[in-house]
Design a protein around this ligand. Structure first.
Ligand code: SF4
Length: 694
């Protein structure tokens, strides 16, 4: 079987061979997994990719639809499932209006599923409430890219460009542990002489690889970039001709940076000023430099502004549109890039069109065969949908490819809300924490079973072919949505014979939009093995490197923006004296629904934990391995104590992959970024104590 790993945005290609073991008395098959070369991974796989087949073959997979009867989920047929859902949607909309039904999607779904989720919500449900878990992954970088460059593509360059960089800044991204197969690009850059700077409150595989680690206080990334900008301006390291020819806003930025107090800002960031000077100087003096951000910078209540400030660094030094020079948002989810382009966002239509723009509405309405006026307006972001659920405005919710109870901040509040729903439908491979609450559960196909396109972190579209028959009665997302649309009376607009049919419509819907897929076809994808967007015609090669001559704004210029120093809204105090920051481990993916069911991954990290600095642990009377209680203003969890000098003394780290009593999002702050509506996952204030006090 050939496939692509579903567990991150690199989309490494793999071959899985099944063989029998005659000597095994239980006749269990053996699986051998090997990486296959594709343009991004060059044949490498990390530990997640090596074990990704295990969840797809798990005996815990859901094999048939189930409905809750007398409090228990019982097997039903697909026909019954469709009838129940359709009746519930009709009753909800008749009694409470069209917007009483919402849809919550996922950033791991294929482009075709993402497209269909948006179309289903706007055409079959005619509801404005749709958003998805990608809001927590990419919204800050997406808004920043759109506003700064006029386009949101994760990497402005191909991965191959990295090797030409003289300096690389990795801000809030732990590539060594989250996208390990990308590390050889950075190793080769280093061998070519690149100076690597890593920004992270923790010591990680990435910071150890770097030449310089700026161990920033959680939430202070934008301020750190301000200090580096000040040094770059002071030392005359800007690129005046690039700024004059290709950007707007320099005077405002210059005035803002001139007012930055370096000592005070270094103190705010908790980083020695000498190190800030060293980083800024190396970045500004490099003949070509790249800056990458990820969730460390982005999952903040000023995530949009923080990313803008790292883009400011690239732009004032003239680092765009050439080999080894550019910006990249290192996407986390398997289809983090494509999932955000085709209309499953609250304010978006396919091709990255705006749902509020009359021309965009008219274009998409024409393709969908509906009147523009029939399309609903803008909805709200993922966490705000959970608030609408709580308030009773959304009364029926369909969840596809997501586990919102574990992935949303303020998770106890979210769970309370979902329990209040009149009806919750969850389509998943497993009985996730959210599916356990559902009134109706639908089994869906795994990455080995469904076909479709995914867009990797470079903006390169890849085709993943199906290599196995569906498990049990599991169905493809697109088939479920099409069948439901038919039952709801919109069948003629969802009469697809194959997933390729959906892609053909998506191509046209994206034509002329920011994310233009028009020139990409399945036939080309099979032949060329990946094509970058924008690709406006079938003879266009795709754009590997953006902005060589102009940015995507109408005047061709990028936009600089003054970014104020910002303190996270929740600060430590005597009741909650430590910062909590959250993140990933090398072995798990998102809320762990799939990786916790892959034996080879679960065995490596069987439970959650909290990392504390040795001095902090001593002060609190904590020993390594004992259980501790972590509490914030919103909830509490119990996890095991790990003691490591790799974390700041004022900070605790807890990974995000577990639910129930280990769910770190019971603690996190639901305050949202005012521009992109990203929650501030990366910093809140907590109290830590031993579970058993002696
Ligand atoms: Fe590749 Fe990412 Fe899968 Fe690892 S998790 S094998 S880096 S796609």
């Amino acid at each position: 079987m050939q496939s692509q790993c579903p567990f991150c945005s690199v989309q490494c290609k793999m071959e899985i061979e099944q063989s029998m073991q005659p000597e095994d008395p239980y006749k269990r098959p053996r699986y051998t997994v090997n990486g296959l070369p594709n343009a991004a991974s060059e044949g490498r796989l990390c530990v997640k990719g090596m074990h990704a087949y295990q969840h797809a073959l798990s005996s815990e997979r859901l094999a048939y639809p189930m409905a809750r009867r007398n409090g228990v989920l019982e097997r039903i047929s697909w026909e019954e499932a469709h009838e129940l859902i359709t009746a519930q949607i009709r009753s909800s909309q008749e009694n409470y209006g069209l917007d009483s039904v919402g849809l919550y999607g996922g950033g791991s779904l294929t482009n075709e599923s993402a497209y269909l989720l948006g179309k289903f919500t706007r055409v079959a449900l005619r509801s404005r409430y749709i958003d998805y878990n990608g809001r927590f992954c990419m919204s800050a970088a997406a808004s920043a890219g759109n506003k700064a460059f006029g386009i949101d593509r994760g990497l402005t360059n191909s991965l191959a460009d990295i090797e030409a960089a003289g300096c690389i800044m990795l801000a809030g991204t732990n590539i060594a542990e989250c996208q390990p197969t990308l590390m050889p690009y950075f190793t080769r850059a280093k061998e070519n002489g690149a100076y690597i700077i890593a920004i992270d409150p923790r010591q990680t595989g990435t910071t150890e690889f770097a030449d310089l680690h700026l161990k920033v206080k959680p939430g202070m990334d934008a301020a750190l970039a301000n200090a580096m900008l000040r040094v770059i301006f002071d030392e005359g390291l800007t690129d005046p001709s690039f700024i004059a020819d290709r950007t707007n806003g320099i005077e405002e930025l210059k005035a803002h940076v001139a007012a930055i107090d370096l000592e005070e800002t270094a103190e705010l960031c908790g980083v020695p000023l000498a190190d800030i000077r060293k980083a800024a100087s190396a970045f500004g003096r490099a003949s070509a430099a790249m800056v990458f951000t990820a969730r460390g910078v982005e999952q903040q209540t000023d995530g949009y502004m923080a990313v803008r400030n790292f883009i400011n660094l690239a732009l004032v030094t003239g680092n765009a549109g050439k080999p080894g020079a550019g910006y990249g948002a290192v996407t986390g989810q398997g289809n983090g890039q494509g999932g955000r382009e085709h209309g499953q966002k609250a304010d978006q239509l396919p091709g990255y069109r705006s749902i509020e723009d009359p021309d965009h509405r008219a274009y998409i309405a024409g393709i969908w065969g509906v009147e523009p006026e029939s399309l609903p307006g803008k909805g709200v972001s993922a966490y705000e949908m959970m608030e609408k659920v709580h308030e009773g405005e959304i009364r029926t919710l369909l969840v596809m490819g997501s586990n919102p109870i574990v992935s949303n901040p303020n998770a106890d509040f979210v769970e309370e809300g979902l329990k209040k729903l009149d009806y919750l439908v969850v389509a998943d491979m497993f009985l996730s924490e959210t599916a356990r609450l559902a009134d109706l559960v639908l089994p869906v196909t795994s990455y080995l079973e469904n076909e479709g396109t995914l867009t990797n972190l470079e903006g390169r579209v890849l085709l993943r072919e199906a290599s196995r028959a569906p498990h049990g009665e599991a169905r493809h997302d697109w088939r479920i949505l099409s069948d439901l649309a038919e039952q709801l009376g919109s069948g003629s607009k969802f009469s697809y014979a194959s997933v390729e049919d959906i892609f053909e419509e998506l191509r046209i819907a994206s034509r002329g939009g920011v994310a233009d897929y028009y020139g990409i076809t399945y036939e080309r994808l099979r032949r060329e093995e990946g094509i970058y967007w924008p690709c406006p015609s079938t003879d266009h090669p795709g754009a590997a490197r953006l902005f060589e001559e102009r940015f995507a704004h109408p005047d061709g210029r990028a936009v600089l923006l003054p970014v104020p120093n910002h303190l996270p809204p929740e600060q430590t105090d005597s009741s909650y004296p430590l910062y909590l920051t959250t993140g990933r481990t090398m072995t798990h993916y998102l809320t762990g629904v799939q990786t916790r069911r892959s034996a080879g991954l679960a065995a490596r990290d069987i439970e959650s934990y909290a990392e504390l600095h040795p001095k902090t642990a001593r002060r609190l009377g904590l020993q390594a391995g004992e259980l501790l209680r972590l509490a914030s203003r919103r909830g509490e969890i119990v996890v095991r104590c790990r003691i490591t000098a790799s974390i700041r003394e004022d900070t605790v780290f807890v990974p995000m992959h577990w639910g129930d009593s280990q769910c770190v999002n019971k603690l996190t702050n639901p305050a949202l970024d005012p521009t992109c509506r990203m929650p501030g996952f990366k910093v809140c204030a907590v109290h830590v104590e031993p579970l058993l006090k002696v």
